[in-house]
Design a protein around this ligand. Structure first.
Ligand code: ZN
Length: 258
């Protein structure tokens, strides 16, 4: 099948869906300049062992080392802008086709692009929480104070150390978010996988679960994934190019002007 007919077929499947959801991974944010903080090949780990800095044990042992490591990532995330792939998914939600975006990313770019129903499996960089009293603060507030001076942020209420709302190594996912993602997975009729090689659980298990519940899988990813053989369509193109093409094609199927 030609690249163009794959795009058209993917658009046709989405247009005919009644409850499509998206599952996104680091690959949707790399065109926005964000490295994947949980993938060893991302370049973030060249000089450090992730277990030594990005695990909950390491955070508890020495939050200073953790904050030194996360500061450049936090700055990159704060500056990053959504790319055409994020915008395309938000557009598919506005069109009433994509009902939820489950993401492994922590960068908040789906929300910046306009997606509303976003389930962040690995937490997010937007918020941080006090490790003692649980007070939530926006990270923007933290960057503007302690972080910019290279200090560890402390809770203004009880002075304990504050931790960004990310799921670190050794930490469980938020049960609430995970159950919501499972519910979406079981009720969807199409799962659009974007920019994930489906290597990190539990996100890696969701397409298989969706398939067992009768959903069609559409994959847009540069690299092969373990679910390619079970997918209705696999598009091995740059996500920032393929997704906008799918949206244009969906609008043609729906008879909309664009
Ligand atoms: Zn506190």
């Amino acid at each position: 099948m030609s690249a163009e007919s794959k795009i058209r077929r993917a658009a046709e499947i989405l247009s005919a869906s009644s409850h499509a959801i998206a599952l996104t991974g680091a690959g949707i944010s790399t065109p926005s300049g964000i490295p994947d903080f949980r993938t060893p090949q991302s370049g973030l780990w060249e000089h450090q062992d992730p277990m030594q800095v990005a695990s909950i044990q390491a955070f508890r042992r020495d939050p200073r080392v953790f904050y030194q490591w996360i500061r450049p990532l936090a700055e990159t995330v704060a500056r990053a802008l959504p790319n055409p792939a994020h915008v395309a998914l938000a557009e598919l939600e506005r069109l009433g086709l994509v009902k939820a975006v489950c993401t492994q990313n922590i960068d908040g770019l789906h929300q910046k692009a306009g997606s509303v129903h976003v389930l962040e499996l690995h937490g997010s960089m937007r918020q941080a929480k006090c490790t003692r009293c649980g007070l939530c603060v926006s990270t923007a507030e933290l960057w503007a104070s302690a972080m910019e001076r290279g200090e560890i942020p402390h809770c203004r209420q009880c002075q304990a150390v504050v931790k960004p709302d990310l799921v670190l190594y050794g930490e469980d996912l938020s049960q609430e978010v995970f159950w919501a993602a499972m519910a979406e997975t079981k009720s969807c009729d199409v799962m659009l996988v974007v920019g994930s090689s489906l290597e990190v659980s539990p996100a890696a298990d969701l397409p298989g679960m969706a398939r067992r519940h009768g959903a069609q899988i559409v994959i847009v990813n540069r690299e092969p994934t373990g679910m390619d053989s079970a997918a209705a369509i696999v598009i091995r193109e740059d996500v920032a190019i393929a997704l906008p093409k799918i949206v244009i094609s969906v609008k043609q199927f729906k008879g909309m002007a664009y």
